[in-house]
Design a protein around this ligand. Structure first.
Ligand SMILES: Cc1cc2nc3c(=O)[nH]c(=O)nc-3n(C[C@H](O)[C@H](O)[C@H](O)COP(=O)(O)O)c2cc1C
Length: 172
């Protein structure tokens, strides 16, 4: 039986919760599902003290808030399903805080090695608050320096995105 840990980033039982229900239904029965509402936990942002980088075999975060318990759940889970409504062009602050604190799992021995993550987002729409969303461009994997400069594929797709933006502006 797989353990699915759902980290819920919405402060309410609304759209994101409903869409998450559908995703979980789609996964079928036979999984152990734990749903955690991040708004009910006390999770502070990362303080960049780097204490975690000096610890092996444990998260080693110097903050003793509710993230301590969440670390264990995340290490145990076969799938961590992050969920969030889009708030002002980003995930909710609660999700961002928890994500920053995952730095402690990535340092040292890499306690998340082999774990699987996925993300469920809901958003008002392309024209939220009168701002027309023109899409996104992700360059990934993005190598450094000379390798990036030599990547014809990354250059071409970035230029293609620029062309699309220019087209959208001309259509105004
Ligand atoms: C504070 C706030 C900010 C929002 N910002 C955005 C936004 O930037 N873009 C967008 O498409 N929708 C935005 N929305 C709409 C929500 O993302 C959308 O209604 C979402 O499905 C709500 O999920 P929930 O019911 O789980 O809270 C915003 C809503 C709120 C309350």
């Amino acid at each position: 039986m797989n353990h699915v840990l759902v980290l819920e980033g919405s402060p309410r039982k609304g759209n994101t919760s409903a869409v998450t229900d559908w995703v979980l239904a789609g996964m079928g029965k036979g999984n152990k599902v734990t749903r955690v509402k991040l708004c009910e936990l006390d999770i502070h942002p990362c303080q960049a003290c780097l204490a975690c980088t000096k610890t092996k075999g444990a998260p080693g975060c110097a903050q003793g808030d509710d993230m301590t318990e969440l670390y264990d759940k995340m290490i145990d889970a076969d799938l961590v399903l992050w969920t969030s409504p889009i708030y002002c062009w980003s995930v909710t602050a609660r999700v961002k805080s928890a994500l920053e604190r995952c730095f402690a799992l990535l340092t040292g021995e890499g306690l998340l090695k082999g774990s699987k993550w996925a993300l469920v987002l809901t958003a008002g729409g392309d024209a939220f608050a009168g701002i027309e969303y023109l899409g996104q461009h992700v360059a990934a994997p993005c190598p450094d320096g000379a390798k990036l400069a030599a990547s014809a594929a990354l250059r071409s797709s970035a230029r293609g995105f620029g062309k699309e933006l220019a087209k959208a502006l001309r259509a105004k």
